[in-house]
Design a protein around this ligand. Sequence first.
Ligand code: HEC
Ligand code: HEC
Length: 89
Amino acid sequence: MDKKNRKKLWVMNSIFALICGGILVFLLSAPEETTSALPKDEDHIKFQTKQGKKEAEKYCGECHDDGKDVPLPDGHPPKYRCLFCHKRN
Ligand code: HEC
Ligand code: HEC
């Protein structure tokens, strides 16, 4: 490889490294997770572990559907798969 090509390669590699670094910084600076976790109280404790997530989610609506005890707030995001957002802990 002659000198000119080697320099070009070095420049390209540097740019690549900078882009990778940029993406990493972007990902690491994502905001902290703020969505409330699944509570650990009496109502929810049985959903914390026993069943698979999909199984557990069948029961959320019994209390959280519209018109039930604790309906979801206005402007709640699409509610498909509760436990992906409201993490178990
Ligand atoms: C037996 C009724 C009942 C069932 C079933 C139920 N919940 Fe709840 N949930 C409640 C009540 C009551 C509250 C409000 C009081 C509290 O925070 O525990 C609540 C509150 C919440 C909150 C808000 C917690 C906070 O920090 O503000 C989340 C999130 C939640 N439930 C998710 C779920 C999910 C996901 C499921 C299904 C796996 C589920 N709930 C099933 C009764 C229920
Ligand atoms: C796409 C993500 C997502 C999904 C899926 C989801 N939620 Fe939420 N939920 C949120 C966000 C964001 C809020 C706003 C308040 C917050 O930061 O917790 C919220 C709020 C709530 C609240 C009000 C109490 C609180 O923490 O403010 C309840 C109760 C709740 N969700 C239950 C459920 C249930 C039950 C399901 C499934 C049927 C579900 N959510 C699915 C993201 C989600």
